[in-house]
Design a protein around this ligand. Structure first.
Ligand SMILES: *Cc1c(COP(=O)(O)O)cnc(C)c1O
Length: 420
């Protein structure tokens, strides 16, 4: 079966003359799977519909925000009502406090929070807060973990196991990445060595508690607790980047799911309910370094804007009031996982409603393992799914997201396609 994509092709041709690669975020261009992107007209519940009228069961879910599915009527209603009262004021509103209160009720590690507009901004700001708080410059991250595209975090490891990082993008001065150390995910020894050398100078260790930007890679038993212990020992601020896992793995995110309490947490995606909203927060004594209370500057024209807070608040309230949702999305993901395994896919990584199928014989527990995946085989699998009305990430190194809107029928159809 094939799909007709005449309108998408035309729009893409034009878009390429207007925007780099025709898109506003690279993965949307489908380059990794060797196809042209589908342009979306609208989406509802578990389905997304392109401009040619093709309907797909959507497992991208806007890369994570769509935990309730698309266009949830209660969220749309909240946004519509908010719009009628004005789009942005650049002044405080009641809903910002309501959202902050709700986030803090769900996530005990967050004693004070600042709202921003993107995950990139949240992590960048949390790192600055940690530096301001500790008076130290270095940060430590893991290869394959993504924390947005700010300069100091757009790094990869150089050659050799112990090394300072090198830029992972043109345009990033080496001077920035000189302040970033890179360790291997799930490799305690690589972390221990860096702390042994630089521990007293490391302001923050930032980690995705479940890595979900190299495909999904769960933390090994004890790994997060190890990070908690070693950062405590060296007075380093432990930052969990929960931009994906926040309100995804549980109401209290990965911190609750794994029972490990970081010093700062960054969130995004779900907390904006589909609008540009993110946050960073945590220990009060650290958050108090932020301006205007403290000396670490961070600001935003549209931060905590009334439309985004309306969408976020409606979404989080729905999750808070119906926490069985986590069991439901987990069960659906487990059904898909089972289907992949019985269809002969060897390496399936899943944590709750986050999942990845890797085309490698190796168990995938870090970036080097993930990189052994046969991306050509992934591209074929992607094409098979898309041509059969199922939209999955157009890259091996992204997660599959299951939402509360996916129906039994969707799961059955997806399983049939996996098997065919
Ligand atoms: C998506 C993501 C970011 C960046 O968020 P943006 O809103 O795209 O800037 C940061 N960290 C993680 C873990 C993410 O998945």
């Amino acid at each position: 079966m094939g799909i007709t994509t005449i309108q998408s092709e035309q729009l893409f041709e034009k878009a390429q003359t207007l925007m780099p690669g025709g898109v506003n975020s690279p993965v949307r261009a489908f380059k990794a799977v060797g196809r042209n992107p589908i342009f979306i007209d609208h989406a509802m519940g578990s389905k997304i519909v392109d401009v040619d009228g093709n309907e797909y069961i959507d497992y991208v879910c806007s890369w994570g925000p769509g935990i309730l599915g698309h266009a949830h009527p209660i969220v749309i209603d909240a946004v519509t009502k908010a719009c009628a009262k004005g789009l942005t004021f650049g002044a405080p509103t009641r809903r910002e406090s309501e959202l902050a209160e709700l986030i803090m009720a769900a996530v005990p590690a967050i004693e004070m929070v600042r709202l921003v507009s993107s995950g990139t901004e949240a992590v960048m700001s949390a790192v600055r807060a940690a530096r301001g708080y500790t008076g130290r410059d270095l940060i430590l991250k893991f290869t394959g973990c993504y924390h947005g595209h700010s300069d100091g975090l757009l790094v990869k490891s150089g050659s050799g196991l112990i090394t300072n990082a090198v830029p992972d993008s043109a345009g990033v001065p080496k001077a920035y990445t000189d302040c970033t150390l890179v360790a291997e995910y799930n490799n305690e020894e690589s972390v221990r060595e860096l702390f042994g050398r630089y521990g007293e100078s490391i302001a923050a260790l930032v980690v995705e508690p479940v890595a979900a930007n190299m495909g999904v890679v769960p933390p090994e038993e004890g790994f997060l607790q190890f990070l908690r212990d070693i950062t405590t020992k060296y007075g380093t601020v432990l930052i969990f980047d929960e931009v994906i896992t926040g309100f995804r793995l549980s109401i209290g995110g990965a911190a609750q799911y794994y029972g490990v309490k970081p010093d700062l947490i960054t969130m995004g995606k779900i907390i904006g309910g589909g609008m540009p909203l993110a946050a960073y927060g945590g220990r009060k004594d650290i958050m108090e370094v932020i301006s205007p209370l403290g000396s670490v500057y961070q600001a935003g024209t549209l931060s905590g804007n009334p439309i985004a807070t309306a969408a976020g608040l409606a979404t989080l309230k729905l999750l808070m009031d119906d926490q069985d949702i986590y069991k439901r999305i987990d069960d659906k993901a487990a059904q898909l996982e089972k289907a992949y395994i019985s269809a002969g896919y060897k390496t399936v990584n899943r944590v709750g409603s986050l999942m990845s199928v890797f085309f490698t014989d190796r168990q995938v527990s870090n970036y080097n393992d993930a990189a052994t995946s046969d991306t050509k085989a992934y591209a074929e699998y992607f094409g098979h799914m898309l041509d059969n009305g199922i939209n999955i990430a157009p890259s091996q190194f992204e997660a599959m997201f299951i939402s509360d809107a996916h129906t039994e029928d969707d799961i059955r159809k997806t399983i049939d396609t996996i098997r065919s």
